[in-house]
Write a protein that binds this ligand. Structure first.
Ligand code: KIV
Length: 268
């Protein structure tokens, strides 16, 4: 299992990456053999109750990254840099990315990328903070792009391809491609020597990533490119209903869940 970005390379099988925002999910990811955990700013929708990723803070990602890093030993942990925590001021960007590594224990950070992140990627990589780039649908641009497919015209696809090259040259160790045509992702994957990780980018990327809530069946509804492999929401509801029923019917707590001290019988 990779614990350095240099080991994060597709072998015979594609790389697997999944988001996690807490220790139990991270522990399950590691036990299941996931190669990398992304502490995504998708936590905004998936775990923190926001309508988008925009309100997510550096403190929130650092706290969740710490939980994931403490729960794992053999899995690459990548912290997602939240909206406006990078790309505004270089020193501030470095300080925020540095917190994810120094304070929270991440191995790397991910930046939703564009022409504004090429120099920053180089600077962070030079400083020893590995960067995963992210092109295509970048949810932090929801107010400009919505959640629509990206790279669908020749011009837009060429722009993504050029930015992919520029980020590899700047030192990015991997590239997420989100919601782009599969034939664009195939060509970018063939062109780059660093791994591409697809989400809604077809089968030819070097690896795949999804949001844990989708994979687990924990959320409501799925994006068109995601799939569920369980029904954790259903299981949670079943367990909580069982608890409510047991308390209301006084089956819980039973004798084995209580203890009695005989000398305490006459307090009143
Ligand atoms: O925040 C996130 O979960 C992501 C993935 C969807 C790539 O950026």
């Amino acid at each position: 299992m990779p614990t350095t970005v240099g080991e994060f390379r597709a072998g015979d099988a594609p790389l697997t990456m999944l988001t996690a925002y807490d220790a139990p999910t991270a522990d399950a990811c590691e036990a299941a053999g996931v190669d990398a955990i992304l502490v995504g700013d998708s936590m905004g929708n998936a775990a923190l109750g926001y309508d988008s990723t925009l309100p997510v803070t550096v403190d929130e990602v650092a706290s969740r990254t710490g939980a994931v890093a403490r729960a794992t030993e053999e899995t690459l942990v990548i912290a997602d840099m939240p909206f406006l925590s990078f790309g505004v001021d270089e020193a501030e960007s470095i300080k925020n990315a540095g917190r994810m590594v120094k304070e929270a224990g991440a191995h790397a950070v991910k930046l939703e990328s564009g022409s504004h992140t090429v120099e920053l990627t180089e600077r962070l990589a030079d400083l020893g903070i590995p960067v995963m780039a992210h092109l295509g649908l970048t949810p932090q641009k929801v107010n400009q792009l919505g959640y629509a497919r990206q790279g669908t015209s020749r011009e837009a696809a060429e722009e993504i391809a050029a930015l992919a090259d520029a980020h590899e040259e700047a030192g990015a160790f991997a590239l997420v491609l989100e919601h782009v045509p599969a034939n664009l992702a195939t060509q970018v994957t063939d062109e780059l020597s660093v791994p591409t990780i697809g989400i809604g980018a077809g089968p030819d990327c070097d690896g795949q990533v999804l949001v844990a809530n989708d994979v687990l069946g924990l959320g409501e509804g799925l994006p068109p490119f995601a799939a569920s492999f369980g029904d954790v929401r259903g299981e949670m509801e079943k367990a909580v209903s069982g608890y409510v029923d047991a308390v209301e019917s006084k089956e819980f707590p039973a004798d084995e869940h209580s203890h009695v001290e005989s000398e305490l019988d006459d307090l009143y």
